[in-house]
Design a protein around this ligand. Structure first.
Ligand code: NAD
Length: 480
């Protein structure tokens, strides 16, 4: 049994009352690790530690802060194999994907080390010759980070990178299902020599720890990634103290496949972005709208390539898909499939748990395509967060746009067309914070990533992800 402690005020500690949280391996359904379960006294200690460290950290030059982040980034790269192994064990994704995520975590720290050095402010001329306006940025203060289990390191790294580079100290509430790889990531920051209290990483229940962070007057900023439902509670919790809040919430991603696209490329993209990480991605494809003239061709190719995906224990074999991370996720996928079938749709593949001895204990499920879906079905309305995608035909661009926008969510969309004007019209008219054209990776390190509508507000990635941790100050100077 692996046992880990959490990081508070520069010390690796158990919960004050020694309470613990079990960690499951979704490939076997068995408990393989334990971490502390923090309660009020532990959280309060972490907040105070971050507060004590704040002035000293904020006073350092961004170049000095960047030095720590660069060193931590190197340590993450050096330890990537051992961290990725923990991630596959707790989250289920294939080892090579876990490895890719850890490498990205290292990249994010390095990127923000550099971006922190480029917060320039500006000087604005005034009407009077002897007056000048100086616009500067200052760190907002102690920041809280709450993130989910689907990308245990990446989603945390965006917050830690932005906050630390900006001069904020941080209390990170790690995902309960997958605390081990984030703790190993935090260890790299600790080993890079960050001053005590600059980063605190605590484990425990979100619904218990969240409100303690929100009620604290010391915490000035909350960065949350998770479901829209929880995001609402986070926002409500932050109202009384007027905290700066950023919310990266759920989505229901539409993919529009136009008749003039490269169908092979579109199919490849659909397979990757519908089923990678078992569809447990905020920007996984949930709904595919295909021009009626290529609907059957697309479905046939999409089904064939989906059936070729291999499923297994990502630590023991080289597979495309691992188990789902939670049993609850499996149930939602099954519910959405049953609902669609009952309302007249059909599956072209999947729809069940894979058969065989090796799949008996884990949370495995076959990637599933639902054809002839419509907007009465849950699959086209709610976020499945599983390996299930609904497909339906459309007749013209206007209808495709209307269907894509028929959702409470507005996180991201994908469009495949080789017609530049069509790409321009559709991307402009889709109500989402990110649109990918002829590719399925709407989020990159260097450009802002954030949702519209019920997918939240605020940004991560890019310089915008750093400015979330800064306050603007206008200093008006008269030269005497
Ligand atoms: P969740 O909202 O249940 O949990 C997210 C985090 O919030 C966890 O760490 C959890 O412990 C914590 N939490 C739970 N209740 C809380 C409360 N009352 N106060 C404060 N924190 C609380 O989400 P989940 O099911 O773990 O994650 C999946 C969701 O996250 C999906 O909806 C997905 O789309 C979304 N997500 C969004 C993005 C994005 O960038 N927009 C990225 C990844 C995941």
């Amino acid at each position: 049994m692996i046992k880990k402690t959490m990081l508070i005020g520069g010390n690796w500690v158990e919960a004050q009352d020694k309470d613990t949280l079990d960690v499951y391996n979704p490939a076997t359904g068995e408990v393989f690790a334990q971490v502390p379960k923090a309660h009020q006294p532990d959280v309060t200690k972490a907040i105070h530690a971050a507060n004590q460290a704040f002035q000293g950290w904020a006073a350092q030059s961004p170049f000095h802060r960047g030095g720590y982040l660069r060193k931590a980034s190197r340590l993450v790269s050096e330890r990537k194999e051992e961290i990725a192994k923990l991630m596959t064990q707790e989250q289920g994704k294939p080892f090579k994907e876990a490895l890719g995520e850890v490498e990205k975590g290292a990249d994010i720290l390095r990127y923000y080390a550099e971006e922190g050095e480029r917060v320039y402010g500006r000087i604005v001329p005034n009407e009077e010759a002897d007056m000048e306006s100086r616009v500067t940025y200052q760190p907002v203060g102690v920041s809280a980070a709450i993130s989910p289990w689907n990308y245990p390191i990446e989603l945390l790294a965006w917050k830690i990178g932005g906050a630390l580079a900006a001069g904020c100290t941080i209390v990170a509430k790690l995902p309960s299902e997958t605390p081990l790889s984030p703790l190993a990531f935090a260890q790299c920051l600790y080993d890079a020599g960050l001053p005590a209290g600059t980063i605190n990483a605590i484990t425990g229940s979100g619904s218990e720890i969240g409100p303690i962070l929100f009620d604290s007057k010391i915490v000035k900023k909350v960065a949350f990634t998770g479901s829209t439902e929880t995001g609402r509670q986070v926002l409500a919790g932050c109202v009384d103290n007027f905290k700066k809040v950023s919310l990266e919430l759920g989505g229901s991603l539409p993919m529009v496949v136009c008749k003039d696209c490269n169908v092979e490329e579109a199919v490849k993209g659909a397979v990757r972005r519908s089923f990678r990480n078992m569809g447990q991605i905020c920007i996984a494809i949930n709904r595919i709208y295909v021009d009626a003239s290529i609907y059957e061709q697309f479905l046939q190719m999409f089904t064939e390539q989906t059936q070729a995906l291999t499923i297994g224990n990502g630590l023991q074999e080289d597979c495309n898909l691992g188990p789902m991370c939670t049993k609850g996720g499996l149930k939602t996928a099954q519910k959405h499939i049953a609902d669609a079938l009952q309302k007249g749709a059909k599956t072209t593949c999947g729809g069940k748990e894979p058969q065989g001895e090796k799949y008996k204990k884990g949370y495995y499920f076959e990637p599933t395509i639902i054809r002839d879906a419509n907007h009465e079905m849950l699959i086209m309305k709610e976020e499945t967060f599983g390996p299930v995608v609904g497909v339906m035909p459309f007749k013209d661009d206007q209808q495709a746009i209307q269907l894509a926008n028929d959702s409470v969510y507005g996180l991201a969309a994908i469009v495949y067309t080789e017609n530049l004007s069509r790409a321009n019209t559709i991307s402009k008219n889709i109500d989402a914070g990110n649109v990918a054209i002829n590719n399925v990776d709407a989020g990159v390190l260097f450009a802002p990533y954030g949702g519209w509508k019920d997918s939240g507000f605020g940004h991560e990635h890019g310089p915008e992800g750093l400015y979330e941790y800064l306050l603007i100050k206008h200093i008006r100077i008269r030269y005497l």
